[in-house]
Write a new protein. Sequence first.
Lengths: 347, 347
Amino acid sequence: MNNKLISPITKAFAFMVLFISLSACKQEPAKDTESGTETVEVSNSDPLPSWNEGANKEAIINYVKDVTTDGSADFIPVADRIATFDNDGTLWSEQPAYFQLFFAMDRIKALSADHPDWKNKQPYKAVLENDMNALMQQGEKGLMEIVMVSHSGVTTDEFDTIVKDWIATAKHPTKNVPYTDMVFKPMLELVKYLQANDFKVFIVSGGGIGFMRAWAEGVYGIPKDQIVGSSNKTEFDYNNGNPVIRILPQLEFMDDKQGKPVAINKFIGRKPVFAAGNSDGDLQMLQYTASNKYKNFELYVHHTDSIREWSYDRKSHIGTFDKGLDEANQKGWTVVNMKDDWKTVYK
Amino acid sequence: MNNKLISPITKAFAFMVLFISLSACKQEPAKDTESGTETVEVSNSDPLPSWNEGANKEAIINYVKDVTTDGSADFIPVADRIATFDNDGTLWSEQPAYFQLFFAMDRIKALSADHPDWKNKQPYKAVLENDMNALMQQGEKGLMEIVMVSHSGVTTDEFDTIVKDWIATAKHPTKNVPYTDMVFKPMLELVKYLQANDFKVFIVSGGGIGFMRAWAEGVYGIPKDQIVGSSNKTEFDYNNGNPVIRILPQLEFMDDKQGKPVAINKFIGRKPVFAAGNSDGDLQMLQYTASNKYKNFELYVHHTDSIREWSYDRKSHIGTFDKGLDEANQKGWTVVNMKDDWKTVYK
C-alpha cells in the first residue's frame, strides 16, 4: 500500500469497517415473520400496501399527488423530479455490518487458494479464521488492505461477475437468507410509486458503485447509470484489441456525508426534490434536498424493530443516526418508524 | 496556482488550448448555406432527412433496424442500448477553437471590472486586448489560469446561470451567429432516431460537464444526468442552511482519450453499443464500444466541408483526426463525409 493513500482512505473507510466486532457482537439477530417472494406491485387504490396507515404514509402520498397534479401550485416539471435513495439501511439491511464487508471477507477466502502465505500473514489470517477481534487488531491499515485486495486487481467485467456469483449464493450470517431477501418491501414500493409518477430515482450510497450495480438494477428496478456510489480509481487498457477497464487499489471517491451532494451534482446535475436515508451519512444529502426551490420531501428510516429487523440509532457504529435524528425532528422531516409504519419489512 | 497541479493539468488541457492562435489564423471561416430554424423531426418514412442517401445513411438505418427488431439474431435488449456521443466537432462545430474557450475569455472580460489590475497583468491583459499571440506567450500556466479563473470561484448554480446567459447572447467570432445555431442537424436527427428506438443516449465529451449541462439538455434533448464531461473538484458548503456546491480551481477529471471509457464505466456502468466522435480524442471510446459483445456501431464525423463548415483532420490542432482515421479505415468503421453525406449541416 502507498502510505500517501492511507490517510484519506482510512478516514473515509473508518465508518465502514471500524468497530465491526462491536456491532457484530452486540446486535440481536432477528427473524422476519413476513418475508416472502411476492413481487411488488403498485396499485391505484393503494400505492404503498406494505405501509400501515398513518401520518407518514399519508405525508408521502399527499406529497406525490401535490407535486404531480397539473395545475397544483406545487407542481414539479418531470425533468426536475429527481429522487435519491441511500442503500445500506435504507433499501436493505446493514447489520451486523455492511453486507459489502462480508463480500470482501468472502472474496479474501476465495483468493486465498492462490496465496498460501495468507494463512500465517495478517490481516488475511484473521479473515481466513473468521477472527474478527484479530482483524480489528490489525488497525485501519489492515482493514483497508482487505477492502482494497478484495475490490481491485480485476477488470470491471470480472468484478461484476464475481459480485453476481457471490450475491447469488452467499447468505447472511445470522438470518441465513440471501442478502437480496433483506431488501425492504415498503421502500421498494416507494421507489416504484415514485417511478410511476415520473420521478427519476437514483441510488446515492456509500457502498461501492461496481458492487451495487452488479445486482441492484435487477433487484430495485433502477438502471445502472442511476446508481451512484464510492469508487476506486480505474484505468483503460487497450489490451491488444480487447479493451478492458482495470480496477486499481486506490480509493477515488467516498460517497458519504458531504460526498453525497457532491456526487449528486456530478452524476445527476440537479438538486433532488425527494431524498431518503437512514443515518448521519445521509444528512448532507437531505439538507441539500431541503434547499430545493421546489416542494421537497426528506425521509429518514428509523430502525426501531428489534424483532423483524434491528433496533439501533444514536450509538450504533453501523448506521449512526444521531445528528440526523435531531435535525429531522427539528425540521419536521418524515422519520419512518419501522416497527409501526411497516406492515411488512422484507420483500 | 498550486504548482503540484500544473503538471497533470497542463498535460490534460494542452489539447484544448495550445496552438489556438495557429488554428484561429489558418482556418477559413465558412458560410452555412442551409442554416435555418426548422425543428428536427423523425419521420417513419425517413428518420434521417438531413442525410443524403448513400452507404453511411443506409448502414446506420440497417444497424438500428437489425438490433431493435424482435427475433433478430442481433437483437439488443433495451437496457443495453447505450449510445455515447462526443460533443465538440461531433454534435456542434469546434473551430476556430473549442467554443468553451471563447466562453472562458468572455468570462475573464466580464470579471475584469472587479480586477482593474488585470489591464496590466498577464495572462489577463492578453485576453482583455484580444491578443492571442500574447496569450500564447504566457505558456500553459497562463492559459490554465484563464481556464480556472473563468470556471471556478462560484457555486454550481451561479455557474449554470453564467453559462446560460452567455450562450443566450454570445456569437461565434466569424460566423456571427449564436453558438447553438452551430449544432449539426443531421446528428440531432441521429440522436432522436436512436432515442425513438429506445437507445439511452449520453454525451461523453472533453468539454466541461457544468458548461454543457447549462444548455445541452434543451438543445439536444439529452437529460443532464446523461451528459458526461471534464470536471473541476467541487465541495459541499452547508452555508448556514442554504447549501451550495462550490467549484474549486482544481481539475478533477479530464474526459478525453483513455478518460472516455473510464468515464463511461463510472457514469454509465455499461459498454456502449453505439459511439460517435470526430477526433483522436474519441478513439478509445470507439475501441471500447467495438469490443461490445452485442453488434455495435462506430461512427466518425470527418470534417470535409470547407464551404458550409470547416475542413480539417490529420494536422489540425483542434479536433486532430489522424490515428482515429487510420483505425476507422482499417476496421471498417463508418466515416461520415460531411460534404457528401449531409444535405444540411446546421440546425
